[in-house]
Design a protein around this ligand. Structure first.
Ligand code: GLC
Ligand code: CA
Length: 549
């Protein structure tokens, strides 16, 4: 599958659609909604992990990579989903978690029961006197080592203590991983997303980090490119139809050139998160600040240009199951809900790369503003609520931060209609439905021509219609403007111009290039906007112009 002109839709099965009314979405639920996805126009779905798992991290803690967690269904359900998706020309990408396994995995159980072969599947180290082997911090809070009383050693867990990091230095581990990938390839899947895959190569020596949390030792680690090339060669490398994307945590652009480089034989494309840290205070997710617009533009512009000059390819996204809803975060979900959602969608879809839509984004789902800690389910949110209070914050202060930053912001049930529980389930949903589902739901938006949903359909149609959207080079414009984000995309034959206002105030810009022959092909202000020398933009306006050279 060529990926330049594709649009990928991310499904978090737990919250997508529940068919047996146990309150948890399932694989049959995805199958039932395939016609909706076809209507939206996407090419491929990425389904987050549905393998056997104790669900401490909602499936990112895999206990058995070959079988499906009964809560989501059976292998037959998967095969049926796959068949029905194919009928509609929709591909399926699976989410492979190979940095770590659940501590419930057989390998880990054998390891702690004294089986030396499996001990070497993980990273067990002796403590430093009374202390853990290093002072590294887990991404979910606390020290990154857990003591195993069975072995009298510590094991590394960059995430939850029930997610033990695998030892990729061990060739037997790598062989097992190839086997798993090949198993799913034989089932006919069309692609893979590799979870936090740039963390798999650990340093030769484990030492304390006196200036950071340890990430500099294992992020884009020493053998990462070797490992990815070997994974590629032994599994999907020969299959041109497979799309692969790596989730790259705190990565660098130089490494992404290689991860996604055309002739590097690693992956098709990469997710990076730098643009989603512009509202972190001093890089701390758990400290609030208004988003830094200049920084956001600088990041987009430098990555767009850097990646195109070095034959890299980016996955484009605002939302996923780990991020708060973008309309609540960079848009204005109270006063300009519809306009700001459309503006944000346009800006990301017109960039160079492959766009990903996260379930509910296409209808402008918002953050839920849960104000009781009992409404939260995510292990990271629950941990940090305690960590913040232990740092001396009042309960209300900690709640305010969690409310804005929690991963549960995007994990609430998909809003299908205005019936009970937004039509997600007849039972009790595993996490609360957002209060606004009667106004924001799929059924309403299918009927409304001006809806966010119908606008996202246009964004996808445009990609299929104008080659410049998938193939053009990006030229950043108005790089220092205080309110406007603007760029061109160009090929030899076509040109695309995107102008957007990121704020709820009117603004303007003088264009210093030839404005003739541009045709407006999309806007969110219901006016047939003409390009003018001095462009005035109303709050959250976005406009896309096209010209054939
Ligand atoms: C990735 C996933 C996230 C998970 C983590 C550990 O960041 O997107 O949901 O918690 O990896 O597997
Ligand atoms: Ca269910």
């Amino acid at each position: 599958m060529k990926f330049e002109n594709k649009v990928i839709y991310q499904i978090y099965p737990k919250s997508f659609y529940d068919t047996n009314n146990d309150g948890i979405g399932d694989l049959k639920g995805i199958t039932e909604k395939l016609d909706y996805l076809k209507y939206l126009g996407i090419d491929c779905i990425w389904i987050t992990p549905f393998f056997i798992s104790p669900q401490k991290d909602n499936g990112y803690d895999v206990a058995d990579y070959y079988n499906i967690d009964p809560v989501y269904g059976t292998m037959e359900d998967f095969e049926n989903l796959s068949k029905e998706a194919q009928k509609r020309g929709i591909g399926i990408m699976l989410d492979m978690v190979f940095n770590h396994t659940s501590t419930e995995h057989q390998w880990f159980k054998k390891a702690i029961s004294g089986d030396k072969k499996y001990e070497n599947f993980y990273i067990f180290k002796n403590g430093d006197g009374e202390n853990p082997p290093t002072n590294w911090v887990s991404k979910f809070g606390g020290n990154a080592w857990e003591y195993s009383k069975e072995l009298g050693m510590y094991y590394l867990h960059l995430f939850d203590k029930t997610q033990a990091d695998l030892n990729w230095e061990n060739p037997e581990v790598r062989e097992e991983i190839y086997k798993i990938v090949k198993f799913w390839m034989e089932k006919g899947v069309n692609g893979f997303r590799f979870d936090v895959v740039n963390l798999i190569s650990k340093p030769a020596v484990y030492e304390n980090d006196y200036i950071g949390d340890g990430r500099r030792f294992y992020t884009d680690g020493p053998k990462i490119h070797e490992f990815l090339k070997e994974l590629n060669k032994n599994t999907f490398g020969k299959d041109e139809d497979i799309i692969t994307v790596g989730e790259m945590s705190s990565t660098s652009m130089e490494n992404c050139f290689k991860y996604s480089g055309k002739d590097e034989n690693e992956l098709s494309m990469v997710f990076n998160f730098h643009h989603l840290k512009v509202d972190y205070k001093n890089k701390d997710k758990w400290a609030l600040q208004p988003f830094d617009f200049q920084e956001l533009k600088d990041i987009f512009n430098s990555w767009q240009v850097g990646m195109q000059e070095n034959n890299g390819w980016s996955a484009l996204f605002w939302c996923n199951h780990d991020q708060p809803r973008i309309v609540s975060r960079l848009g204005d979900d109270k006063n300009y809900w519809k306009k700001s959602a459309k503006m944000l969608g346009t800006v990301i879809h017109m960039l160079r790369g492959t766009p990903y839509i996260y379930q509910g984004e296409e209808i402008g789902m918002t953050n839920p503003y849960f104000d009781k800690i009992t409404q939260y389910r995510d292990v990271e949110s629950l941990n940090y609520f305690e960590i913040l209070k232990n740092k001396g914050l009042l309960s209300e202060e900690a709640m305010k931060i969690v409310m804005e930053r929690s991963r549960d912001n995007s994990r609430t049930p998909m809003q299908w209609n205005s019936n009970k529980n937004a039509g997600f389930t007849q039972g009790t949903p595993w996490i609360d439905v957002i209060y606004n589902y009667k106004d924001i739901n799929v059924e309403e938006q299918i009927k409304d021509e001006d809806s966010i949903l119908n606008y996202y359909r246009k964004l996808i149609e445009l990609r299929k219609k104008y080659e410049v959207i998938s193939l053009g080079k990006t030229i950043p414009l108005a790089e220092k403007h205080k309110n406007i984000y603007m760029y061109k995309r160009v090929t030899e034959k076509e040109e695309l111009l995107v102008i957007s206002n990121f704020y709820g105030v009117e603004t303007s810009i003088e264009l210093d290039f030839d404005i003739e022959e541009y045709e407006n092909i999309l806007n969110n202000n219901n006016e047939n906007t003409k390009l003018e020398k001095i462009m005035v933009l109303k709050p959250y306006d976005v406009m896309v112009f096209h010209k054939t050279k």
